[in-house]
Design a protein around this ligand. Structure first.
Ligand SMILES: *[C@@H]1O[C@H](CO)[C@@H](O)[C@H](O)[C@H]1NC(C)=O
Ligand SMILES: *[C@@H]1O[C@H](CO)[C@@H](O)[C@H](O)[C@H]1NC(C)=O
Ligand SMILES: *[C@@H]1O[C@H](CO)[C@@H](O)[C@H](O)[C@H]1NC(C)=O
Ligand SMILES: *[C@@H]1O[C@H](CO)[C@@H](O)[C@H](O)[C@H]1NC(C)=O
Length: 277
């Protein structure tokens, strides 16, 4: 039997390691993790860190959120606070107080501020032609960052996206997800798509409408113009044809007497001819 697998041996080892390192490391008392409730008029939140033990005097402290320094939080106080006056889901994240030392590595404590996901942006609708690519997205605030899923509504018993056609691609990172559908199909793809953000607190979802037009759709305006031209030409032709018989008498009127003259002349000629006969 080996000692390596013995839980007691491991526990003692961990304790020794912990006490060994705690001797010369600064110690920070920090506020507990907390959850920003949903709704309006949430009371202000104050995050606190107290530097309780340090071997060397510290030089500065500051606050970070999600790995980035929050501006204007640097001070030389041992006890430091960060106040969120009107907490919203957007304020949720991983907060950290950091103490710097002149002659030691910096020390920090993490306070998680959690909130239910809230979808703050999404594509309401997408209009594409068949064969093209549609891209739908949703973005959220809230922490921890959600697990994202997409489904197609009104698609029978199994609304999970059916990727048997291998045309669906989902890419998600932190508070953002994107669904791409390539080579759009006129019959199976149009409909409502729902993104769902789920974290340890709660979940949220939003829907987008995808419309797919046929290949011919872009030609319709052109066909419309062509149809207009054809109709216009037909109207002109018909009008011209109708106009001609009406115009004939107008042309004949001034020619009338001349014609009678000529017939008269003709008659005269005939008469003369008859006379000569
Ligand atoms: C930090 O110290 C202040 C007073 O010195 C105390 O009121 C507060 O509760 C302490 N905070 C934490 C997180 O220990
Ligand atoms: C916070 O402390 C950990 C070790 O406790 C260290 O690895 C990390 O780099 C520190 N982060 C910052 C921003 O100081
Ligand atoms: C759909 O199938 C393609 C090809 O196999 C794959 O690359 C893609 O990740 C799949 N998408 C989803 C949402 O499963
Ligand atoms: C999101 O998906 C989860 C897991 O399927 C489900 O429990 C939850 O009700 C969905 N949330 C919404 C808002 O539709």
């Amino acid at each position: 039997m080996s000692y390596a697998g013995n839980p007691l041996v491991i526990l003692v080892g961990v304790l020794m390691l912990h006490s060994g390192s705690a001797e010369n490391e600064p110690s920070i008392d920090s506020s507990d993790h907390l959850i920003i409730p949903g709704g309006y008029h949430i009371p202000p939140i104050t995050l606190q860190c107290n530097l309780t033990v340090s071997q060397t005097p510290h030089s500065e402290s500051f606050w970070m959120k999600n790995g980035e320094e929050i501006e204007e939080t640097r001070s030389d106080a041992k006890n430091t606070e960060y106040r969120i006056n009107k907490p919203r889901a957007d304020d949720a994240g991983e907060y950290m107080c950091v103490y710097t030392f002149d002659s030691a590595p910096q020390a920090n404590a993490t306070i998680e501020v959690k909130a239910a996901p809230d979808i703050t942006g999404h594509k309401r609708s997408e209009n594409k032609n068949e064969g093209e690519t549609a891209v739908l997205y949703c973005k959220s605030v809230g922490y921890p960052y959600p697990q994202w899923t997409w489904r197609k509504l009104d698609s029978g018993a199994n609304p999970e996206i059916d990727n048997s056609s291998r045309r669906f691609f989902i890419s998600s990172r932190d508070g953002y997800t994107e669904l791409s559908i390539i080579n759009l199909d006129l019959t199976s793809d149009p409909g409502e798509y729902e993104c769902n953000a789920t974290n340890t607190i709660s979940s949220a979802s939003m829907t987008s409408v995808l419309r797919v037009r046929s290949y011919l759709a872009p030609l319709w305006p052109l066909l419309g113009v062509l149809a207009e031209i054809i109709i216009l030409v037909l109207i002109i032709v018909i009008y011209e044809k109708r106009k001609k018989p009406d115009d004939m008498p107008d042309d004949d009127e001034p020619a009338g007497p001349m014609k009678t003259n000529s017939t008269n002349n003709h008659k005269d000629k005939n008469l003369r001819q008859r006379n000569t006969n």
